[in-house]
Design a protein around this ligand. Sequence first.
Ligand code: AMP
Length: 182
Amino acid sequence: MSAYRDEDPRIQGIKTKIRVVPNFPKPGIMFQDITTLLLDPKAFKDTIDLFVERYKGKNISVVAGIEARGFIFGPPIALAIGAKFVPLRKPRKLPGEVISEEYILEYGRDCLEMHVGAVEPGERALVVDDLIATGGTLCAAMNLLERVGAEVVECACLIELPGLQGRGRLNGKPLYVLVEYQ
Ligand code: AMP
């Protein structure tokens, strides 16, 4: 694990709390387990604080979190910057009218849905997830927001797997990550 922003001393504490589980959920995948980070209140708070420091005062009105681990990091960021939180969920979880985007995962194929009416045209949105691998998930999330006329300001993840070159799939949208896993 190498720090993306070594100059901030909090990064070191955060990266030591992320557990890497080889061959989960299938052979060849190095699973980045953030549940061990959540067990450490300081590391968890430092993670949220780093994002809040970056996004407060940026006129962001919606934080869109990707199921499931974007639901852990997105809401505290949204509350701290005074934005609403919008869950982007797996199929057939949201009860209202939805729009959908299919995407390809590092280990499978999936789909994200968003409630119609949750985000208004012209809103400034931040997309939050725990990790970017191939970038397909973030790409689908951005498509959902842009289809309803929102402006995606940035995507924010704790972890980037740079070897999978997911950044290149974000159509030039900025991506902010705290930690790279080589
Ligand atoms: P991708 O669409 O390929 O960028 O995959 C990102 C999504 O899949 C995120 O929601 C991650 O939580 C999950 N994911 C993909 N690869 C991993 C991994 N190696 N460790 C943990 N989560 C992963």
